[in-house]
Design a protein around this ligand. Structure first.
Ligand SMILES: C[S@@+](CC[C@H](N)C(=O)[O-])C[C@H]1O[C@@H](n2cnc3c(N)ncnc32)[C@H](O)[C@@H]1O
Length: 216
């Protein structure tokens, strides 16, 4: 089989980003992932805690969390200026609680513009774009260091299912490999809370994503 499950993006192109953000509006299934994040964050972080999102994109997850957790402060990290512009517009009603950091997660010091303490780091459908497991592992390691003691890390991202019959792009890899990398990064606990939209026989690039949790 020569089909590779993955997608090409042009995250620095204004027109591409505008069209992509419209198409990416959360479906009920995707909202299920956001609601798992909410139920994890509510009991674990202070009501006015700081949540950092890696790859804030058009701000759908941010809007959901800021709407439900009315006192949290939020830091949106992304390397794409057009995405940050769309997130700023979407999150306008929450602007007093949100700051934006333009940084490339592939760089050594993407976290330099983020002030501690950080109570949670979250990300959805972004880290697979870092293109290989080694870069994801480096980001996991930085997250374990940036997070406060007792902090929560949640990554909802595309994975390669265990019994995959297709090749997947290198940024999409097995859940067990993510968990091993999170433990090696220094987290005390790491597990997978749920595999969503699992599809083995005829997967699209928008299916097969897992909710991974790690605790500091
Ligand atoms: C699918 S979007 C995130 C959607 C967002 N979680 C939401 O709910 O709206 C992925 C984002 O990751 C960002 N991204 C991809 N590679 C990145 C990198 N190396 N550094 C920083 N951001 C990156 C893209 O610009 C894009 O905005």
């Amino acid at each position: 089989m020569d089909q590779v499950i993955g997608a090409q993006h042009e995250f620095h192109d204004v027109e591409f980003v505008a069209g992509w953000a419209d198409r990416f509006a959360p479906t009920p299934k995707r909202l299920e992932l956001f609601n798992i994040f909410l139920s994890e964050l509510k009991p674990r972080i202070p009501s006015n805690g700081v949540v950092v999102e890696l790859g804030i994109g058009p701000g759908f997850l941010a809007d959901h969390l800021l709407g439900e957790l009315s006192e949290i402060r939020y830091v949106g990290v992304d390397f794409s200026e057009p995405m940050l512009d769309i997130a700023r517009q979407r999150l306008d009603q929450h602007s007093s609680r949100v700051t934006y950091v333009q940084a490339d997660l592939v760089s050594d010091n993407w976290w330099a513009g983020i002030r501690s303490p950080v109570n949670a780091i979250v990300s959805t459908w972004a880290l697979h774009d870092l293109a290989n497991p080694e870069t994801v592992a480096a980001v996991y390691k930085s997250c374990a260091q940036v997070l406060s003691d007792g902090g929560t890390f949640l990554n909802g991202d595309f994975i390669k299912p265990d019994n995959a019959i297709f090749e997947y792009e290198p940024g999409r890899f097995e859940i067990e490999k993510h968990i091993a990398m999170l433990r090696r990064a220094g987290f005390k606990n790491a597990d997978c809370l749920k595999l969503l939209e699992e599809e083995i026989e005829s997967p699209t690039a928008a299916q097969n994503y897992a909710c991974l949790r790690a605790l500091n």
